[in-house]
Structure formats: C-alpha cells, structure tokens
Design a protein around this ligand. Structure first.
Ligand code: DAH
Length: 377
C-alpha cells in the first residue's frame, strides 16, 4: 500500500510537471495504460483473499480515480493554453490601415472602342481586325495608291528597313513591310476574306511619324465598311449621323460633309462635327446661332472606289460600298473633354485616375454608352 502511495505521489507530480499534451500522454500510459502501475496493482486483486481484497480494492480504485482526475484536469489546462497561444498568434489588428492595392482603370480609348462596338453592333456591323505590321500592298497599292501616288508622301510612314518595295500581296517581287498608317487596309483584308455583302468596323492602332499637341506617332482609328447592292451616299450620311447621335448621346448633332479627295473613295467627303465652347469645355452640337461654335474634323469617308473593289476581288458593277475612317482619340477628346492628345499615352496615373473608367462601367445602349461617369475623381 505504501508502494502504491509513493507511485501515486510520483505520478501526480509528473502529471503536474507535464508541459505538453505528448508528455501528459506518456504519464497516462505509465499509470493507466495496460502495463501501467495502476493496471498492475488492479491485477494483484485476483491473488488476494476476500478479506484483503475488501480493503485493497477501494484503495486502488481511489488511487486510479485520483490519477485519472489529475490527468483530465491537466489535459484540459494544456488544451486551453494551446488554444490561447494559437489565438494570440493569429490575431488580426482591425485598427491597422488596409493593405495598399493598386487600382487600375479602363483607358478612355479602350472605353470608346467598346462604345463604338456596342453602337455599331446594334446597326448590324461585325468587328474586324488586321495586322499592325502591314505590307505595302494592303496599306497603299490595293487602296488605289500605287508606288508613285503623291498621297503616300502625306502618310509619314514608318517603313521597316529590309525588303524591297512590294507588289501584289507580296506574291511577286519583294514585300515592303511598314507600320500601318491607317485602318483602311482592313477593308481590303475583310473583302478578300469574306466577299460581299459586308458590314464591318475595324478599330485599332495606326502609326505615323508625327508629333505635336494633336498628333502622336501612334494613334487610333476606326474604319467602317459597308458593301452591298445599291449602296449610296445617303446610307453613309444616315449611318454616320445615327452613330454620332448614339455616341454623343444627344439628338442635336450637326454634321458637315465636305467634298474632299481620298484615292480609295469616289466621291470623297470629310466629316466635321459642330461644337461650341461652353466655359472651358468643348460641347458637341446644340448651337443654333453662330456664336462661339466651330467645326472639328473627325475623319474621312466616301463611296468605295471601283478600283478598290476590283483589287479586293469584287465586281463593281454588282456591288457598291461606302467607307469611313474616324480618329478614335479625337472623338474621345470631344466626348470626355481632354485637350492634349499626348497625355493619352503618357501613362500618368493621375490622368488615368481622372479620365479612366471603372471596369464595371460597361457601355450598353440601354444604360447609356459611357455616360455613367468616371471611375474615380
Ligand atoms: N484612311 C484615311 C486616313 O487615315 C481615312 C479615311 C478616309 C478612311 C476615307 C476611309 C475613307 O475609309 O473612306 O486618313
């Protein structure tokens, strides 16, 4: 019995000293496990006389209960301490400022391209694309500007240094490669690829060696092309007017079509839109009288030249078409009130924050193409 008391004392102090759940489990096995000293003591009961057993059994059971109770209590204490430590290490200090996450915005040019696609899709146009690295034939020759055409000189073309001047599609002779100077070569590519009838717009980047407040070496155009039977200038005028009314979201748009010349259209017209200066802002349309209004040239257009239809593989006796090319950056400036084109491409985060759009501001005809306001500011 004294031996049992000694073992109990030793065991209780070991339990008290256990500093982890593992250490405590070792003590439990040593005492209450199959070969633990309590279990061994219980086994001795079998060899005892009934008299001896009467006293010994309750004593051993009491020791067992005391050791088991101490283990349970210690286990609860260790688990609580472990949880405390875990909670302390995982604390989030809600008073700290939020992490700085970069906030992007949709560039006005991208936004306007989405607006264009939305409006023209509603008019039954598909969006077409072509390469920015273009060959001489698609950029010039097929658009009725052969090698010697003076209009070529006006384009301030970026040529690639290698390869000789190109000819038909590059199939004969060398193909001079260049950065496309306008989106018009997409007309040729689209007609060749899908024939007629056709109704496409082609927005994209174009390049010219030119730079001042209203010109940058890279800028954006949108090309439009409709080819079908019986197409005439009236279709062109209606289409442009309908587009600009939807784009500027006002009915009082005043368009001026001026006779002009482009090698790839005949007749050709230049498209101007009337605007007035209200305060410091250019406001499109809405000027009944002459005071303080002016015209801004937005692009060119006309009936597709018969030679261009032929070069693109269509029969001009069967099909007619109209085409237009508008400066996207210019119409963006007019709509959203910027005055320096160069700032479009500076990448200044302050400018982008002010003029950029929220990704949630998707242009739709029902909710308004881009009038929901800017992302920031
Ligand atoms: N490609 C011309 C330019 O960049 C613009 C243009 C004029 C496009 C008349 C056309 C058009 O489709 O019909 O200056």
């Amino acid at each position: 019995m004294t031996q049992l008391t000694d073992q109990k004392t030793a065991s209780l102090s070991a339990i008290a000293a256990a500093d982890s759940l593992d250490a405590l489990e070792q003590e439990r096995l040593a005492a209450l496990g199959k070969k633990g000293w309590v279990s061994l003591a219980l086994k001795t009961l079998g060899q005892m006389s009934p008299e001896e057993r009467k006293d010994a059994a309750p004593a051993i059971q009491a020791v067992r209960a005391e050791v088991a109770g101490a283990i349970d209590a210690k286990k609860a204490a260790l688990e609580a301490a472990e949880l405390e430590a875990q909670l302390a290490s995982e604390t989030i200090d809600l008073t700290l400022p939020g992490p700085h996450t970069a906030q992007g915005s949709i560039h006005p040019v991208s936004q306007v391209m989405d607006e264009l696609a939305e409006i023209f899709a509603d008019l039954g146009f598909a969006v077409a694309t072509g390469p920015e690295i273009e060959d001489d034939w698609h950029n010039f020759t097929a658009l009725n500007m052969d090698e010697s055409h003076p209009a070529r000189a006006m384009h301030d073309t970026f040529y690639f240094p290698d390869a000789a001047a190109g000819s038909q599609d590059g199939t004969t002779g060398g193909t001079r490669m260049l950065l496309r100077t306008h989106t018009s070569p997409v007309q040729i590519r689209s007609m060749k690829a899908q024939g007629a009838p056709i109704r496409i717009i082609a927005p994209g980047r174009v390049y010219r060696s030119d730079s001042d407040a209203t010109h940058t070496p890279m800028f954006h155009q949108v090309e439009g092309l409709v080819v079908d039977k019986g197409i005439h200038l009236g279709h062109l005028k209606w289409t442009l007017e309908t587009f600009f009314k939807a784009f500027f979201e006002r009915e009082d748009i005043v368009l001026r079509l001026r006779p002009s010349y482009f090698p790839f259209t005949e007749p050709s017209v230049e498209v101007d839109v009337g605007y007035s200066n209200e305060g410091n802002r250019r406001v499109v349309g809405g000027h009944g009288d002459d005071d303080g209004h002016d015209w801004m040239e937005l692009g060119g257009s006309g009936m597709v030249n018969a030679r261009v239809l032929e070069m693109a593989g269509l029969d001009p006796n069967e099909y007619q078409g109209f085409a237009f090319g508008l400066g996207i950056d210019r119409i963006a400036m007019l709509k959203y009130g910027m005055n320096d084109l160069r700032a479009f491409f500076d990448g200044d985060p302050r400018w982008l924050k002010h003029y950029g759009f929220s990704p949630y501001d998707q242009p739709t005809l029902s909710a308004g193409v881009g009038s929901q306001g800017r992302a920031a500011s």
